[in-house]
Design a protein around this ligand. Structure first.
Ligand code: PGA
Length: 245
């Protein structure tokens, strides 16, 4: 049985003052709630992990090399050293803004695994791709090329994030979410075997909020959410955690 995961993605938001939000969420988390993760900006990982008792802390990207002359970049080992246990990789904002390819995401995932981090690999179609009925092909291609061999239920989480749903207030129908999540599950089982394929968590991301989280969380093969905007306010994020638990 996969335990649900509520993962917050703070993106480029948050200063030290916002650590109070993490304290508030920590207080609301207990043994009955789902697993909770907050991926803060790198500058907050260390302090956040110091105060977050039952909450995991993660990064939002890492370099595919372990170290070296890469000005401005951060390695997976540095994230782990700061207190992160997860890292988001291949988010559509990075694929779009920094031209990240599936091959780069795959190499970053290998780097994350080498540092002992769990990689949350993001995949998702654009609106044009959905309207052209290409969603399943796009998802299949991204999944095959972005995830390296040797995945396990501990080192990999997949996040299905339709690009058009991110930050837009729009979400796919529950049937559309279920279709993609079932497909991802089938592909994982086929590639990694049923044991591993069934143990990898598949998150839904894109305009998840306190109102839709319970319904989305009940769709087959939805093992939680990757939550952007609504993870910035502890009240909203706590409601989502409860809805997913
Ligand atoms: P959103 O972002 O919840 O604000 O739509 C989700 C994400 O980009 O991970």
């Amino acid at each position: 049985m996969r335990k649900k995961l509520a993962a917050g993605n703070w993106k480029m938001n948050g200063l030290h003052g916002n650590l109070q939000e993490i304290k508030n969420i920590s207080e609301a988390v207990n043994a009955d709630t789902c697993d909770v993760l907050i991926c803060t900006p790198s500058t907050l990982i260390h302090s956040a992990s110091d105060i977050s008792n039952d909450i995991a802390i993660g990064g939002q990207d890492c370099h595919y090399n372990a170290s070296g002359a890469h000005t401005g970049e951060i390695s997976a080992e540095m994230l782990a050293d700061s207190g992160a246990s997860y890292v988001i990789l291949g988010h559509s904002e990075r694929r779009q803004d920094f031209s990240e390819t599936d091959a780069m995401v795959r190499d970053k995932t290998k780097a994350a695994w080498a540092a002992g981090l769990t990689a949350i690999v993001c995949i998702g179609e654009s609106l044009a791709q959905r309207e052209a009925s290409n969603t399943i092909d796009i998802i299949g291609g991204q999944l095959a090329a972005s995830v390296p061999d040797k995945a396990t239920g501990d080192n990999l989480v997949i996040a299905y994030e339709p690009i058009w749903a991110i930050g837009s207030g729009l979400t796919p129908t529950l049937d559309q979410i279920g279709e993609v999540h079932d497909y991802i599950r089938t592909r994982l089982e086929r590639r990694f075997g049923t044991g591993v394929g069934r143990s990898v968590r598949i998150l839904y991301g894109g305009s998840m909020n306190p109102k839709n989280a319970a319904d989305i969380g009940q769709v087959s093969n939805v093992d939680g959410g990757l939550i952007g905007g609504a993870s910035l306010k502890s009240d909203d994020f706590t409601l989502i955690i409860k809805a997913l638990s």
